[in-house]
Design a protein around this ligand. Sequence first.
Ligand code: SF4
Length: 132
Amino acid sequence: MEYQKLSDAFNISNAEVEALYSEMLKTTEESKRLNCRSCGFNTCEQMVAAIFLGMKHKSDCVQYAIYEAELHKQMQKNASTLVGELLTMCYLVEKERKNVLESFERFNAVMQMFDASVGNLRKALAYLIKPQ
Ligand code: SF4
C-alpha cells in the first residue's frame, strides 16, 4: 500500500492532527511513530484518523493509557509530598503557638511579680512617709 498523508486521505488539517496527537500526550516525533499496533492499527497516524472519524477514543491507545497512569501516579506522589509538607507545617505552627503561649505565661508571671513588688514598695514608702 502506498503511503498517503493523513491530511490528504481524510481531509484533516495538520493543526487538527497535531491537536489529536497532543490530546493523546504524543508530544515527541518518536511518540507519534511508536506504531506498536496495540490499538489494532498499523500506525499511530491511522489511529489518529480513526479518532478523528469518531471510531476510536484516545484511551484506546495503550501508550496513552500508560502515560495517563504515569501522570496519575506522579500526581498522587505530588499530593502525598504536599500532604507531608502541610503536616510538617502544622506541627511547626503548633510548636510555635505553644512557645508563644509559654512566653505569654512567663511574661504574665513576671508582671504579677512586678505588681507585687510595686505594691510592697508603695507600702514601704507609705510607712516611711507616715509611720503608724
Ligand atoms: S496503541 Fe497508541 S502507540 Fe500503539 S499504534 Fe496505536 S496509537 Fe500508536
